[in-house]
Write a protein that binds this ligand. Structure first.
Ligand code: GLC
Length: 801
C-alpha cells in the first residue's frame, strides 16, 4: 500500500488506483473503449467520448487549454429536497461531501460519494456488444427514513469534426438537431452538416436511461442559464428540466429522474450514451438499430453482462504475462498499468489525452513502435497495423510520417530517415511471437506519389527490403545515413538542412534491421538475402568504426559542415543518450567502448529520476527554439530511457538497468518530488519530464500518449525479466538486481502456458547457468516450438549464476 500522505492508493489485487482528492494538478485519466467507441474520464469525472476518431468523431466536448481544467465530462447532479446539489464525481458542483472516493481500473472508473445519508456510486465503462458508454448509477439510502431526490445526468455534445467546430462552429451549429424521443426515452442527436468527413459513418447519438425520464433538455445554454456553466446549472437548481429540444445551437443531453427511496433502499439507474452509424444515409434503419440496442441494454442483467465482458477482455490481455517479483511498485507497473497504457498507445498513437487535442492521427514510426507491445500479446492486432503502415510506404521505400486512416485526410510526408525502419522490428516481433513466417507473404500495395492511390502490390517482405534500399540510397559522405528531414529525434533536422548531415542513430537502426532481416531470410531459406543483409551490415559497421567514437562515448552524427554532433568538442549537447544505447541494442559496437559509453551516460546524464536526452542543454535559439531543459533539449525523454534500460540489461548490468527502470516509474518520482511538482498520473508514463535546466525540473509533460508505454513494457518484460521472443524461440535472459533471490513469470507462448521460476542463488545480475523444463535439463536458454508443441503448460526452472 502507498504512502498515506498521498491522495491516492493502489489496490494491486483489484488492479485499481483509488483517489481521495479530486483536485490534482492535472486530470489523471482512464481510457474506456470497446475498440470503436472510446472515452477518457478523469478522477473528477471530466472527459470526452469519441467514435472511431477523436479528430472527426467527437461525440462530447472537452475544453483543452481551459480554466478551470478538465471540463466538461460525464456529470450526474443529485438535488436533495432542501435544494442542496451534489455530484458523485465531486465536480462539477464542488459541494462538500461527507465521503468521496474515485477509482480507475482496467477499462472502468468508479466514483462513490455520500451526502446527508445518501450514497451514490457511479461506474463508467464501455459496452462490448454495442457502441455505448454505460453510466451505471446506484443510489443507496443509508438512513432509516425515506428520502426523495432528483437525479440529472448531463453531457455536452459536440459537432463531431473538431477543427471544423473550432473554426466554424458558429455557423455549423445550425446543423444541429437534438430532440427527446418519448417512445425511445432517449435524447437523439444528429449533426447534419455536409462538412462531415464520412457521411456514411455520421452517427445518431443517443442518451437514454433504464427508467423513463421525468424531464429532459437538449439545449446546453438553457440548461446552464445565462452566465452560468456546468458547475451551477439553473435547471438543476430549479429541480426540473425545461423539456427543450434544439434545432440549431449548442447541444446537450440531459435527463431527469425523480427518485423516492424507502429507508435503506437501493436503486440502480443506468444511462446509455452511444452511437449508431448511418444517421445521414438511412435514418430509419439507424433509428431501428438504436431502438434494438437500447432494448437489449435495458433487459435486466444486461449491464452486468456488458461489464463482465469488458473485464474478460482485460483479463485475457493482461493474462499473457504476469510476474511475481520482489519489488512492489515495479510489479504493479509490469502486471497492470504499463500494459494498460500500451493498449492506449496502440489504439490512439500520440493523438488524444487530456492534454493532446486529438488531431495527430497515426504517427508512422510511433504506431510501429507502439505495436511492439501488442506483438507479444496480440500478434494479430499488431499485424493489422503493420499491414496498414506498409500500405503507406512509397515505392522508393520511404514511408509517410503521419496518416489519418479514419479521417479521409491525405498523409503527411516530409521524408524522415527512420520511419520505414521501424516496420522491420514490428514484423520481426510478430514472427518472434508466433513463429509464423507467412506474415511476410501478405500482398500490400505501395502508396502512389499522389498519396491516395494504392499501386503495385508486393509482399510485406518486399516492402521491408525496399526500406533497406531507401536507406542505402541515402547515405552521406561518411557512408552513414543522411538525416533528411529528421530521424527519431524530431529536432535533429536542423543539423542536416543542407542535405549533408548524417545520423549515427539511423545507422545503428539500419544495422539492427539488417540483422533481423538476415535472421528471417535464413528461416525462409533465402540465402541470397542473408548474404545481401550481411554485406550491408558489414559496410555500415565499418563506417561506424571509423566515424562514431568520440573518446568516451559515441557521436550522434555529423552535420552539414562535416562537424561532429554530440562531441566533447562542442559547447552544447556534447553527449546524446540514444547513440550510446543503440550501439548496444544493435550489437554493432566494440564491447569496451559500449561499457565506457554507457558509463558516460551514467556519469553525465542520470538525474536520479530519469536520464537526460542530451547534455548540456543548448540555448533555445540553437535548439529549434526549444527552451533549455525541455523535451529534446536537455529534458528527460522517457522513451529514450527505455533504450538505455535495455542496453544496460544486454550488458548484463542488472543493478543499473533496474535503477533506471525504477526511478522513472511515475509513482516513484511522485514519492520523491511530490504530486504538485510531477503533476502527471502516478500510473502512466509521460512523454517527457523537464530537466534540471528548467525551474520546474521533474514536471511531466504530455502523459499517456508516448512511445514510452510500449518500449517500457518491452524493456521490463523482455530484457529485465528477460523472457524474450526471438525468431529462433523464446530466450530466457534475465538482468536483475543482484540482491534478488528469484522471481516467477507466467507467460502464454505459442499455445502453452509457461510457469517460469528464476532462481538466483549466487546473487548475480545476469547469466543463465542452467535451465530445466518439467524437471529435465535443457541445453542453453532457449525454448523452441518443438519443445512445447505437445504441452498445454510447462514448468521452467532457470538457475542464474
Ligand atoms: C515524439 C514523437 C516521436 C518522436 C519523438 C522524439 O514522441 O511522437 O515521433 O520520435 O517525439 O522526437
Amino acid at each position: 500500500m502507498t504512502n498515506k500522505a498521498l491522495p491516492y492508493a493502489f489496490d494491486d489485487q483489484s488492479r485499481k488506483i483509488t483517489f481521495s482528492r479530486h483536485d490534482f494538478p492535472q486530470p489523471w485519466i482512464n481510457y474506456l473503449s470497446n475498440g470503436s467507441l472510446h472515452a477518457f474520464v478523469s478522477q473528477a469525472g471530466g472527459g470526452m467520448c469519441w467514435y472511431r476518431t477523436p479528430m472527426n468523431g467527437r461525440i462530447t466536448r472537452y475544453r483543452f487549454y481551459n480554466q478551470p481544467i478538465d471540463s466538461p465530462g460525464f456529470y450526474i447532479y443529485i438535488r436533495m429536497t432542501d435544494g442542496t446539489v451534489w455530484s458523485p464525481t465531486f465536480r462539477p458542483c464542488e459541494t462538500a461531501l461527507d465521503q468521496w472516493e474515485a477509482a480507475h481500473s482496467t477499462g472502468y472508473s468508479t466514483f462513490t460519494a455520500e451526502k446527508n445519508g445518501l450514497r451514490a456510486t457511479l461506474k463508467l465503462f464501455m459496452a462490448s456488444d454495442s457502441d455505448t458508454l454505460i453510466w451505471d448509477l446506484t443510489l443507496t439510502n443509508l438512513q432509516g427514513e425515506p428520502v426523495e431526490c432528483d437525479v440529472f445526468a448531463y453531457t455536452e455534445l459536440s459537432q463531431l469534426a473538431f477543427t471544423n467546430e473550432v473554426n466554424l462552429g458558429y455557423y455549423l451549429k445550425w446543423n444541429v438537431n437534438c430532440q427527446y424521443n418519448a417512445d425511445m426515452n432517449a435524447v437523439l442527436y444528429l449533426y447534419t452538416s455536409w462538412m462531415q468527413v464520412d457521411v456514411k459513418r455520421a452517427p445518431v447519438v443517443y442518451f437514454s436511461a433504464t427508467e423513463k425520464a421525468d424531464s429532459f433538455c437538449c439545449n446546453r445554454d438553457a440548461f446552464c442559464g445565462n452566465y452560468r456553466d456546468e458547475r451551477n446549472p439553473v435547471q438543476v437548481e430549479n429541480g426540473r428540466l425545461s423539456n427543450t429540444n434544439l434545432f440549431g445551437g449548442e447541444p446537450c443531453a440531459a435527463l431527469h429522474h425523480h427518485v423516492a427511496l424507502d429507508g435503506n433502499a437501493e436503486k440502480q439507474i443506468s444511462f446509455f450514451l452511444g452511437v449508431t452509424p448511418g444517421a445521414l444515409t438511412d435514418y430509419e434503419a439507424a433509428l431501428k438499430q438504436t431502438l434494438e440496442t437500447l432494448c437489449a441494454l435495458k433487459v435486466p442483467g444486461a449491464v452486468a453482462t456488458q461489464f463482465q465482458k469488458n473485464r474478460t477482455w482485460w483479463d485475457e490481455q493482461l493474462g499473457v504475462y504476469q510476474c511475481e517479483i520482489p519489488d512492489e511498485s515495479a510489479m504493479r507497473q509490469i502486471n497492470t498499468w504499463n500494459p494498460m497504457q500500451s493498449v492506449v498507445t496502440a489504439r490512439f498513437s500520440r493523438s488524444i489525452s487530456s492534454s493532446a487535442s486529438g488531431i495527430r492521427g497515426v504517427g508512422f514510426r510511433d504506431s510501429a513502435q507502439d505495436m511492439l507491445a501488442q506483438a507479444y500479446r496480440k500478434p494479430e492486432w499488431a499485424k493489422e497495423m503493420l499491414y496498414y503502415l506498409a500500405s503507406q510506404q512509397l515505392e522508393d521505400g520511404h514511408a509517410v510520417h503521419t496518416c489519418w486512416p479514419e479521417d479521409g485526410r491525405p498523409p503527411q510526408d516530409i521524408t524522415r530517415s527512420d520511419d520505414h525502419i521501424w516496420m522491420v522490428y514490428l514484423a520481426y516481433a510478430i514472427i518472434a511471437e508466433n513463429g509464423d513466417l507467412s506474415v511476410l507473404d501478405g500482398e500490400i500495395p505501395f502508396l502512389d506519389q499522389d498519396y491516395k492511390t494504392p499501386v503495385h502490390p508486393a509482399s510485406l517482405w518486399e516492402h521491408l527490403l525496399r526500406g533497406v534500399q531507401f536507406t542505402e540510397n541515402n547515405l552521406g559522405e561518411h557512408g552513414l545515413p543522411l538525416i533528411l528531414f529528421s530521424d527519431w529525434n524530431d529536432h535533429m533536422g536542423p543539423f542536416g538542412r543542407k542535405g549533408k548531415g548524417e545520423t549515427i542513430f539511423v545507422s545503428q537502426q539500419h544495422i539492427l534491421a539488417l540483422k533481423q532481416l538476415a535472421e528471417i531470410a535464413e528461416l525462409r531459406g533465402d540465402q541470397e538475402n542473408v548474404e545481401y543483409c550481411q554485406k550491408l551490415m558489414e559496410k555500415q559497421i565499418n563506417a561506424l568504426k571509423q566515424y562514431s567514437w568520440d573518446g568516451d562515448w559515441y557521436l550522434r552524427g555529423w552535420d552539414d559542415d562535416a562537424k561532429p554532433i554530440g562531441s566533447h568538442v562542442n559547447d552544447y549537447a556534447q553527449i546524446w543518450v540514444n547513440t550510446q544505447s543503440w550501439m548496444v541494442m544493435a550489437g554493432c559496437g566494440e564491447v569496451e567502448k559500449d561499457y565506457r559509453a554507457m558509463d558516460s551516460v551514467k556519469e553525465r546524464m542520470d538525474t536520479g529520476m530519469g536520464l537526460l536526452i542530451n547534455v548540456p542543454s543548448l540555448p533555445a535559439d540553437k535548439a529549434n527554439n526549444l527552451p533549455a531543459g525541455y523535451s529534446e533539449n536537455g529534458g528527460i525523454f522517457c522513451q529514450a530511457n527505455c533504450w538505455a534500460i535495455i542496453a544496460e540489461g544486454l550488458l548484463g548490468r542488472g543493478d543499473r538497468a533496474w535503477q533506471y527502470y525504477k526511478q522513472l516509474i511515475p509513482h516513484e518520482v511522485i514519492q520523491r518530488i511530490g504530486i504538485d511538482a510531477y503533476k502527471g498520473e502516478a500510473y502512466a508514463y509521460s512523454s517527457t519530464m523537464l530537466g534540471p535546466d528548467n525551474e520546474q525540473f521533474g514536471q511531466a509533460c504530455v502523459s499517456q500518449v508516448t512511445g514510452t508505454a510500449a518500449w517500457m513494457d518491452v524493456a521490463a518484460t523482455q530484457y529485465l525479466l528477460g523472457i524474450r521472443p526471438t525468431a529462433k524461440g523464446l530466450v530466457i535472459d534475465p538482468s536483475i538486481p543482484s540482491d534478488w533471490k528469484g522471481y516467477t513469470v507466467t507467460r502464454k507462448y505459442r499455445g502453452c502456458t509457461l510457469h517460469i521460476r528464476v532462481e538466483n542463488p549466487d546473487g548475480v545480475q545476469h547469466g543463465v547457468k542452467k535451465m530445466m523444463m518439467d524437471q529435465r535439463e535443457i541445453p542453453g536458454n532457449l525454448i523452441t516450438s518443438d519443445m512445447i508443441s505437445a504441452k498445454e503448460s510447462a514448468e521452467i526452472q532457470v538457475i542464474l549464476g
